[in-house]
Design a binder for this molecule. Structure first.
Ligand code: CU
Length: 209
């Protein structure tokens, strides 16, 4: 009995250490520059980090994709699965917004103003938006399974400030990708002091807007 007690007492500090260590979670920054194969910077690329831990989470946020001047704004949106999108019409003409994409098929029949209900996007993938009335209206929604996502700015750079240190798949999608809806991807380990990453995509220039 005594020997068992002694053993327990010596083991306890070790046990506590083991329990405490995983609770210390560090967040790191990351900067990703996206280029085409000639080194030209790509704006509106979607950059995101996924792993098995990010996949189970869903978002309950709602964002807007408006129609203004007979165009969608913004051209590219990125949301986490579970998010909803409003499609307010800021024009005087009516629009008829639709998608035939497998990730979300829907239509908002000819309307003015703000539709009463936002549209839910709960499956990962790419949704191409169009308008039945105005053939030149085009926009994209990329749905991801992670809270870690960003779009590249005019300098082709996407920045992240708070990624939990872990191993991820870094994925990059652009609407003019040669491989259609298949994002480029590579494994990445996120830790403090990550160097900026440069990703080159095979772009179909005929599809660039
Ligand atoms: Cu329209």
């Amino acid at each position: 009995m005594i020997s068992t007690m002694c053993k327990l007492q010596t083991q306890l500090p070790i046990l506590l250490l083991v329990l405490i260590v995983p609770a210390v979670v560090n967040a790191a920054e990351l900067s990703v520059e996206v280029q085409d194969s000639t080194g030209k910077k790509l704006t509106d690329a979607v950059v995101y980090l996924e792993n098995s831990k990010t996949a189970g989470k869903v978002s309950d946020t709602t964002i807007d994709v408006e129609q203004k001047g007979r165009q969608f704004n913004p051209l590219v949106s990125v949301v986490q699965a579970g998010a909803s999108i409003n499609f307010p019409n800021r024009d005087k003409v009516r629009h008829h917004v639709y998608s035939f994409s497998p990730a979300k098929k829907f239509e908002l029949k000819l309307y003015s103003g703000v539709p009463t209900k936002p549209v839910l996007f709960d499956k990962p993938g790419t949704v191409v938006l169009g308008c039945n009335i105005h053939d030149n209206m085009l926009a994209f929604i990329h749905i991801v399974e992670t809270p870690y996502f960003a779009k590249t700015n005019a300098s082709g750079v996407a920045t992240f400030s708070q990624i939990l240190e872990d191993s991820y798949e870094l994925k990059v999608w652009h609407y003019a990708l040669q491989t259609e809806n298949k994002p480029a991807q590579q494994a990445i380990t996120i830790k403090a002091g990550n160097q900026p990453v440069v990703i080159q995509l095979e772009i179909n220039n005929a599809k660039r807007l």
